[in-house]
Design a protein around this ligand. Structure first.
Ligand SMILES: Nc1ncnc2c1ncn2[C@@H]1O[C@H](COP(=O)(O)OP(=O)(O)OP(=O)(O)O)[C@@H](O)[C@H]1O
Ligand SMILES: [Mg+2]
Length: 324
């Protein structure tokens, strides 16, 4: 294989023509630019997080990468294939999970959906058995196989969908919110499974999620999209730095006092005896702690690293382009 990225997105746009009623007999036409001059590449074997606020264009991107939607402009290649032109040929190379919607047959037991897929994708018997066994074991699905899909819980159904996406050994797996609505135990299970899949099989993964823990635990690289545009493409650390590079000292005093005044830190919140002080992430907390302890009646304290959640929230709110 050459060094070409497995997924190539070059200047891609998607404009939807939306018509809606605007009074009696009148219809208004409006263009929605869901994806705008989007460019990125994903090398084979990478697991990339693709995040952004509601309506940012994430699902639209994934639909274009599967061939469900055709781009309005630009160039797309997945494993060298133009997705919308050769959608069925591409289907043998990719797997996709839409967390919000199942690809399984609602009224059939899970195993029947899998058998149908084996036929659809012409999966050789030995490979089918091996892949199914692996998923059943790692996703703990033994008890679920004979259950009709409509009777499965959300977490069970999601595991069923993930297995379904992998029976034909895809090189690329798109996951559009695979942990949405799952409880913490199910999330952990799904994350472990994906991490193993990527490490052991080298499956390339594009992961969309609103749960930033998914990203922190699975992806070294993260892309942030907003209003259809790529706002950030880089590692998680870089995103942290963009977030202002501040840490927080949480101080519990012995009694309620006015905001603490110390050099290099500022109080960002007060709640009873507890005060939160932001200070530059590249400064040691020790002198700060010493000074506060010397001048204030200190009961307890802890240092908090900037969490990705607040970094992203600030990015979404700011709307500034951070990609370049
Ligand atoms: N079929 C469609 N017709 C018209 N507009 C659409 C269509 N699909 C998506 N859009 C619009 O395109 C924009 C991007 O939608 P998209 O579903 O890609 O967002 P998203 O990033 O997946 O959001 P979420 O986090 O809510 O899933 C939105 O403004 C949406 O309303
Ligand atoms: Mg979406």
């Amino acid at each position: 294989m050459s060094g070409e990225p497995l997924i190539e997105v070059d200047g891609v746009e998607k404009v939807f023509d939306v018509r809606r009623k605007a009074g009696f007999m009148r219809r208004e036409r409006r263009e929605v630019r869901a994806v705008d001059s989007l460019t990125f590449g994903v090398p084979r074997g990478e697991m990339v997080g693709y995040i952004g606020p509601n309506g940012a264009g994430k699902s639209t991107t994934i639909k274009m990468l599967t061939g469900i939607l055709t781009p309005s402009a630009g160039r797309l290649r997945v494993a060298g294939i133009d997705p919308s032109r050769e959608r069925s040929r591409l289907a043998h190379r990719i797997g996709v999970v839409f967390g919000q919607r199942t690809t399984l047959w609602w009224d059939l037991p899970l195993i029947d959906s899998y058998r149908l897929m084996r036929r659809m994708y012409r999966i050789p018997d030995a490979r089918y058995a091996e892949n199914l066994d692996r998923c059943v074991e790692l996703l703990e699905m033994e008890e679920l196989l004979e259950v009709p899909v409509r009777q499965l819980s959300l977490g069970q159904r999601m595991r069923g969908d993930i297995a379904a996406a992998l029976l034909h050994d895809p090189e690329v797996l798109y996951l559009d919110e695979p942990t949405i609505g799952l409880d913490i135990v199910s999330k952990v299970k799904v994350r472990e499974f994906l991490r193993d899949l990527n490490a052991e099989r080298g499956t390339t993964v594009l992961l969309t999620t609103h749960d930033l823990t998914d990203i922190e635990q699975l992806c070294r690289r993260v892309m942030v999209i907003d209003h259809g545009r790529l706002m950030y493409d880089g590692d998680l650390d870089g995103l942290h730095e963009l977030g202002g590079g501040e840490r927080t000292l949480v101080v519990d005093l012995e009694r309620e006092l006015p905001p603490i005044e110390v050099e290099f830190a500022r109080v960002v919140k007060v709640d009873g005896v507890r005060q939160w002080l932001a200070f530059p992430a590249d400064r040691s907390a020790a002198p700060l702690v010493a000074e506060i302890a010397g001048r204030y009646p200190l009961a307890d304290l802890s240092v908090r690293e900037p969490d990705i959640e607040s970094v992203i929230a600030r990015m979404y709110a700011g709307g500034a382009s951070l990609a370049y």
